[in-house]
Design a protein around this ligand. Structure first.
Ligand code: IVH
Length: 720
């Protein structure tokens, strides 16, 4: 190839590569495969190496050119980079509108009626960047700094593919298409000075990808997309910036003529259309709104749907669309009057760590969960947050009693992101791994080369899961919307550690879980609320005390009835009073309970003295459970004299009624259902396929009733 041919080929390749860059990064269209594009870039690179005199700053090979720099030079912006006033409510926005009206009228004759539209834009959460284009070429990229002077971060900026190194050439027709007709626009694009401002961001997907790679390489993870974008551009090595693959969205175009700002673009909407034609990426969702009502709809929609975006936003920026008002309105301090950042509710908050509890996971791994002073975060009350493992605790250097910053990034479960150590008083406590498992009291062990600590009892998680499943089962609290899969999910996400936590779950906690939608979350909360008042014996049964089945639970509730008499109101007992009474019962007294053998009494006594159980019971007191007393408790106090004032037990399947119905009938008529066969048993009712109880009853000379005989008795006494 002759030199001329090489030059032409280089120009053509540059143009071709730029077209595909534009399609991919600005229009989100892939017009060529990555491999084919790389091949074009390779050819260009080779030609430029052979003829370095043809290398120009707008060549795609120059995106990652230089070596790491020692430090960034200062860079003065042509006009200051302003910040924004914040609004947090509709009222704030209405007051702003009122101020705008007053301000514009004040400056004009009495009857002046200002009229404007709003341009509502998504407020991207990244790093503000200023790009300077001279004669159509990118000459500098800088950070915002103090608004007047930033840092020259050009070497990093050039690595961002969605930033054109040269502005796309335009003609009059292009301008006409977007409703602009001042020809000096074309002149400035070609040979003037333009500042292009916008936000450099990292997409959520990119962050995930980088973090999964860093995890494998044991590198520290990037905390969030904002820090990742800022960190990538503020470090000194352009190769690292290139690796991070940031994107850039434009939110302001400033045209200068003779170093003076020119408002020739007439409106924000047209300026945005022009930015696109020049080769930039703009947010496609931004919207022209006729009034604040439309702005409110836009804000509401994006607050709800922001998770659908691949980048993080923290609000909506509302600007007066017509640029002619901008200068009239002017600037107050460092922010203009013409715009407002209408923020979404805070995603970060500070709170205190009150305690740490350890959850036992499916594989026995102990995960620390921080119990927080409840705090409102994006409209949800947050009271717990996972700390992952001991390494995370060490990394954050967090202690019990610390004030921490918690964050809900996107829609994931909130996490502790940092500790405000200056606020420490000295009374904070170090977090230690428990020596014994909080669920089963087995030894806790650390496996070599693993971060995690585990419960040495392999069945521990299963025990906890079974306990919670039992608590909500049919004969206990009877919450059918809560299957084992959901319980597992709640445990996994750290939303519950035990069954008492079910009462503290909030709708917002559920909505961010996979299986929950509005309706199912509402159903769950409603179901739990309806179980704040539960029949006493049912609740005792639900606690899952070893050896305490429905009958023993019934016997225990009958026994304590006289002891709680003065404490009840409308046949309701506070859970607190229940615990007080139970704790006052000595082991010996429990043995006295009719039909309780030493095993049952011992088990009940031990249950209410176990540290882990007491923690759960304390939570139940806090959620204000009320226990309901049934007539059977009262009836059993004054046993009547009929045949039913006897002890019954059922075995095998009954044909004409369920076991539950049979038991209810016995109790209704003043009888009692015993938990097991003993000498005290008066009648064993035998259905189909009876179990071992029948043999035992026979050996103890207990009277055996067939289903038919039993029905006869019910009939006789029931109709008396
Ligand atoms: S306009 C004078 N528009 O928010 C107006 N800013 O809190 C200057 N930001 O520093 C900014 N999205 O980095 C504007 N659509 C948008 C924006 C936006 C994000 C950032 C920007 C600014 C900060 C102010």
């Amino acid at each position: 190839m002759t030199k001329k041919e090489i030059k032409n080929r280089i120009e053509k390749l540059k143009q071709e590569i730029n077209i595909h860059r534009y399609n991919y990064h600005v229009l989100d269209k892939e017009s060529i495969s990555e491999a084919a594009l790389d091949s074009l870039k390779n050819e260009l690179f080779k030609l430029e190496q052979e003829s370095p005199e043809f290398i120009s700053p707008d060549s795609p090979t120059q995106r990652v050119g230089g070596q790491a720099v020692d430090k960034f030079e200062k860079s003065t912006h042509f006009s200051p980079m302003l910040s924004l006033f914040d609004a947090f409510s509709r009222d704030d926005m209405l007051l702003w509108q009122e101020r705008l009206g007053r301000f514009l009228s004040d400056n004009k004759e009495i009857n002046f009626q200002p009229n404007w539209n709003y341009y509502a834009e998504l407020k991207l959460d990244g790093l503000a960047v200023n790009l300077k284009y001279q004669n159509g070429m990118l000459v500098k990229g800088s950070s915002r700094g103090d608004g007047k002077v930033g840092e020259n971060i050009s070497s990093n900026i050039r690595t961002i593919d969605s930033i054109p190194l040269a502005l796309q050439a335009l003609g009059e027709d292009d301008l006409k298409k977007i409703g602009l007709n001042d020809k000096s626009i074309l002149k400035i694009i070609k040979s003037g000075l333009i500042e292009v401002r916008g936000e450099a961001i990292m997409t959520k997907k990119r962050l995930e990808k980088i973090n999964s790679l860093y995890l494998k390489e044991s590198k520290p993870l990037l905390a969030n997309t904002r820090n990742a974008a800022a960190g990538s551009l503020r470090q000194l090595d352009p190769r690292l910036a290139a690796e991070r693959k940031l994107q850039f969205y434009v939110y302001d175009l400033i045209f200068y003529e003779d170093k003076k700002k020119k408002n020739i673009l007439t409106s924000r909407q047209k300026a945005e259309k022009l930015a696109m034609l020049l080769g930039f990426k703009v947010v496609q969702h931004n919207k022209l709104c006729k009034n604040l009502e439309e702005v409110f709809d836009f804000h509401k929609y994006w607050e709800k749907n922001k998770k659908k975006l691949d980048f993080n936003i923290d609000g909506v920026v509302v600007k007066i669309n017509e640029l002619k008002w901008w200068d009239t309105l002017g600037i107050v301090g460092k922010a203009p009057r013409y715009a407002m950042a209408y923020k979404f509710p805070a995603e970060q908050a500070t709170t205190k760590i009150n305690d740490i509890v350890w959850q036992v996971g499916r594989t026995g791994i102990l995960t620390p969960t921080a119990i927080l002073e409840p705090v409102n975060l994006s409209g949800a009350i947050i009271s717990r947050s996972t700390l992952h493992n001991m390494d995370e605790i060490d990394r954050l250097d967090v202690k019990i009693g610390d004030t921490v910053i918690i964050e809900r990034a996107g829609d994931v479960i909130p996490k502790v992101i940092s500790v405000l150590k200056n606020l420490r008083s000295g009374s904070e406590q170090k977090i230690c791994t428990p020596k014994k498992c909080p669920i089963c009291d087995s030894n806790v062990i650390k496996i070599d080369n693993e971060v995690a600590f585990r419960c040495s009892n392999l069945r521990c998680y299963a025990v906890n899961l079974r306990q919670i499943t039992h608590f909500v089962s049919k004969n206990a609290l009877d919450i059918d919307s809560l299957g084992p899969k959901i319980i597992e999910q709640l445990l996994r996400e750290g939303l519950i550690g035990d069954f008492a936590d079910l009462y503290s779950i909030k709708k917002e906690d559920l909505l961010i879980l996979e299986r929950f939608a509005e309706k199912s979350a509402d159903n769950f909360i409603e179901a739990m609320n309806s179980k704040r008042k539960v029949d006493l014996s049912r609740f005792i049964y639900a606690l899952g005390i070893r050896h305490v089945g429905q009958e023993s639970a019934e016997a225990l509730s009958d026994y304590i009835y006289p002891l709680i008499k003065g404490k009840t109101k409308n046949n309701q007992l506070d859970f607190n009073d229940f615990i007080e009474v139970i704790l006052s019962l000595e082991a010996e007294k429990l043995k006295d309970i009719e039909d309780f053998g030493p095993i049952v009494s011992k088990s009940i006594y031990a249950f209410f003295r176990d540290e882990h159980n007491l923690k759960i019971l304390k939570k139940l007191i806090e959620v204000d459970i009320k226990l309901l007393l049934k007539n059977s408790n009262i009836n059993n106090l004054n046993k009547n004299k009929n045949v039913f004032a006897k002890n019954f037990l059922l075995t095998g399947t009954l044909n004409s009624l369920t076991r539950e119905a049979a038991k209810a009938k016995i109790k209704e008529l003043g009888g009692k259902v015993l938990p097991s066969v003993s000498k005290k048993l008066d009648f064993l009712i035998v259905g189909d396929n009876p179990g071992g109880k029948l043999d035992k009853a026979r050996s103890l000379d207990v009277k055996v009733l067939s289903e038919k005989e039993f029905l006869g008795l019910i009939n006789f006494y029931g109709n008396k």
